[in-house]
Design a protein around this ligand. Sequence first.
Ligand code: PLP
Length: 437
Amino acid sequence: MVLQTKFATIKGNDLYIDGVKATDLASQYGTPLYVMSEGHIRQQMNELKTKFLDKYENALPLFASKSFSCLAIYKLASEYGIGIDCVSAGEISIALKAGFDPDKIYFHGNNKLPSEIEYALSHDVTHFVIDNFYEIELCEKIAGELGKKVKATVRVVPGIKAGGHNFIMTGHKDTKFGFSSHYGIYLKAIAKILNSENIEYEGLHAHIGSQVFDLYAYISAMNKFMGFVDEIYENFGVVTSKVNAGGGYGIAYNKNDEPLDFEVITSEIMKVIYGHYDEKGWAHPAVMIEPGRYVVGNAGITLYTVGAIKEIPDVRTYVSVDGGMADNIRTALYDADYDGIVANKAGETKTKNVRVAGKCCESGDIVVKDVNVTANIMPGDIFAVFTTGAYNYTMSSNYNQLPKPAVVFTYEGKTKCVIRRQTFDDLVAYDVTEDYK
Ligand SMILES: Cc1ncc(COP(=O)(O)O)c(C=O)c1O
């Protein structure tokens, strides 16, 4: 077992997060509970600021807010001067409610709806990562009607396979995202944008996948993109003034994961881009990155209460907890590996191998596939699962009508609830009792 953030510590038999005892959090707020270490988030955002935003001229790190989206996180991102990547009008609406600067919001997505394009533009969100030809037509029309200009970064698929699971690879040929770099398809998109009245071409966007540990994948993607930059110059005489190098920086979910250093990834990316532009004698472009899980993943620890424990002779022991795939779908979806600990028996020797299962009515409802815990585990214990800060709360559902857990931030010994727990009333809040008309 490894504690993947320095903000989680074990003292005696207890797990502490930002100096707050996990069992106190469980009794105060109930379980399941998403605990987010604000200490960890601030550390990561500060890294984005000091090692990227402040280090390079005209550089902007974006937080990929699909990984964790709520008012509190947008306020924190704002405080550090970093931008955000949003993939829906819903995410944009929350960011704007949090007071986020619309000029630092980049609107992504492979099927932006006409209503979403209209919403974004009418709220001065004009930076779009353009994904497809239909979107170009929609942007041209809607921006024209609203008297706005879309600033386009064009997402191009470099044809590189990287990422922790097939579902989170996005840089290979067979993907729903972006314009193919084959057969000159992306050049046709850029030609359309250059000829358009209401869309300005700014640059290119790359995102090769998520949970990437391969530095070479980032370097070779950037080398490919410099080739695209040259092709654009050769075809249209236009120097690309913005390069978004994407996110996907792998983090440690368990002891086998070996994350790359942030500064190593970003300095290698910058070396390729600046090196190429210097060689051509062009001014450096604006450069962006957009990590999500790197910022919030290790900040999250989900606390559950242990219920039924079932020993199946010659097979395994199942420890069931009071949440499951409704609050963490990633094990079922991506076969993700998690690690955890009995938070109130954290100092005890871990001699018993168990599978931690959820309470949902699915065999695939597994939270931690395989973990060593104290042999003394029993109903009522608090089980803590690490690295649940990214794509857990934002992918949560009400499957089996489980109310969504609260989200609590911890910081320097204090706690604050940033999203309250759903109630049974919330479960019917959208039900309408109406007769057929
Ligand atoms: C376009 C884009 N950028 C950034 C990200 C963030 O990825 P990660 O959270 O792995 O850094 C994603 C993830 O899906 C993405 O699709």
